[in-house]
Design a protein around this ligand. Structure first.
Ligand SMILES: [Zn+2]
Length: 334
């Protein structure tokens, strides 16, 4: 078996290696993406897991560190590539994107990036050069961050195998959502799952957490849940020994992003609950003015369930997101 090299990290069979993916040069030194390569001792897939695409989503980073400690290269089949903090410039600032890049702020909208683009596009390009040819499966870990609180949701891509991979995340991960849409109902472009799909590779975006759950016990609990999901997936892929836990029942859904038509204060309805089935037109929240008078009712766009919400009650921007809503298309059991 050959060593596996990602950036400067080179791991021989049975070894774990650390290194960086070079991504350019900054004022004060190199721009780098930290990477950990866990090379197994038997044949198997290259599973690539990243965290902190968005620099305000810490759960993915903790999950990568957990996996680096807990997965023994000698007992592994295939290769596990861990990227704990993909967007370091954003993470240093605790923000979704690099605060210095005013044009292409969201890394997960600019893939595959450009070698001669702006900062975030260059970061995407450097990263894409590594994962696109080397990863068999990409799992991008997200958690809502400062903009949204998210239920446990897995988004798959256009490759059919990705739906089966989503089902392998284990108990409690019962909501699987179609490839993401943008607010105007067009397929979201420039995402890591979309470019992976275009290359024929399955990819998942896993969401759990957000600012509302950044208190220490919740942060660690959500990171543990993500870690356990990744371990279960690795058992499903026969990369690790052990019993594969199955939820056994899944809701397959399409996501709607519910916007406001006005700025104001977002005041949830007292009956608002996550993952509660509601009918189309149910009032989820109201946007009120500075005197508390209703400007707009935020309603369920169809029958379904709320799976996410904005974290900040103040809506400064008409058209801003308020609710992430799942239209349930099908329920499957096994
Ligand atoms: Zn994110």
């Amino acid at each position: 078996m050959q060593p596996v090299t990602v950036g400067t990290a080179k791991a021989s069979p049975g070894e774990t290696a650390r290194g960086v993916i070079p991504a350019g040069r900054d004022f004060d030194g190199p721009i780098e993406i930290p990477v950990i390569v866990v090379r197994g001792t038997r044949d198997g897939p290259v599973l690539w897991i990243d965290g902190a695409t968005h620099g305000d989503e810490a759960e993915g980073s903790i999950t990568c560190w957990n996996l680096a400690k807990e997965v023994d290269a000698k007992g592994l089949a295939g290769t596990l590539v861990l990227v704990p903090i993909l967007n370091l410039a954003a993470a240093k600032n605790g923000s979704r994107g690099n605060p210095l890049d005013h044009v292409n702020y969201d890394l997960n909208r600019v893939y595959p990036g450009k070698p001669n683009g702006r900062g975030t596009e260059r970061l995407a390009w450097a990263y894409y050069q590594e994962f696109a040819p080397k990863a068999d499966i990409v799992i991008s870990l997200h958690s809502g961050g400062s903009v949204g609180y998210m239920s446990r949701v897995i988004y798959h891509n256009d490759i059919p195998a990705s739906l089966e991979l989503a089902k392998a995340f284990g108990v409690g991960w019962d909501l699987i959502v179609e490839p993401a849409y943008s607010v105007d109902r067009r397929p979201a472009t420039g995402t890591i799952e979309a470019v992976s799909g275009a290359n024929g590779k399955p990819a998942l975006v896993v969401e759990l957490g957000g600012l509302s759950e950044s208190l220490p016990d919740k942060l660690l609990q959500n990171s543990r849940s993500l870690t356990d999901g990744c371990v279960n997936l690795m058992r499903y892929l026969k990369m690790l020994p052990g019993k594969v836990e199955r939820n056994g029942r899944w809701k397959l859904a399409r996501e709607w992003i519910v916007q406001t038509g006005t700025g104001g204060f977002w005041l949830p309805d007292s009956a608002f609950r996550f993952r509660k089935s509601v009918k189309e037109g149910t009032v989820l929240a109201r946007v009120v003015d500075t005197y508390g008078e209703t400007l707009e009712e935020i309603k369920a766009p169809c029958d379904g369930e709320t799976i996410g919400m904005r974290t900040t009650p103040y809506v400064g921007l008409p058209g801003d997101h308020c609710v992430f809503f799942a239209e349930i298309l099908n329920e499957v059991t096994e």
